[in-house]
Design a protein around this ligand. Sequence first.
Ligand code: ATP
Ligand code: MG
Length: 210
Amino acid sequence: MRLILLAAPGAGKGTQAEKLSEHFGIPTISTGAILRHNIQEGTELGKLAKTYIDGGNLIPDDIMIQVMDDRLSKEDCKNGFILDGFPRTLAQAEALDASSIQIDKVLNIEVPDEKIIARLSGRLECSQCAATFHTEYRKPKVEGVCDNCGGKLVTRADDKPETVKSRLAVYHTQTEPLLKYYSDKGMLRTAHGQEEIADTTAEVLKALED
Ligand code: ATP
Ligand code: MG
């Protein structure tokens, strides 16, 4: 299965990607995780990416396309993959089409903007393993501490309210047009993001059946 996950920032794409990875036994390739890893390591890519990400803007297409070209040619992608965060613009989608990589399906997880703002403003991320939690919806067992690895939970710099607004605006103008692009190709499937993670996963798996 070669799958693209589309959804607004904060719609729970990353969480569903993890579930789908387990279900299908294929890796999730998350652009956000790749970029944040590079920022942490202080690589050239990381330094460049940080200026865009902290402002809620997208990394330029040519750079993103190069990064994904490299990543998707690795051995672990041979039997399929789940793309979380790519493509995010029409130019990226067209570059993917022009490459030798064949995509099977594209899944959209629908969540209204108001819900997204509420979710992102309480989101916590583990500074070590990148697992996500929430101050209200997905509380860690011990406040401020990751259930998985014991790492410190932090608010991402791009989850600040002003940045969240611009990320949503960027999503609506740059990424939303991809829904029509893939629906015209007959590749789009849709599920609704719900309160319970497991309910969303059930709908997602059903949507991917046909
Ligand atoms: P979520 O945490 O819900 O996935 P998100 O999708 O906005 O929210 P990430 O996917 O983690 O966040 O991406 C973080 C930032 O990395 C984006 O705001 C953007 O600046 C940059 N980025 C990620 N993927 C791409 C891409 N395909 N093209 C350009 N920039 C990207
Ligand atoms: Mg993401």
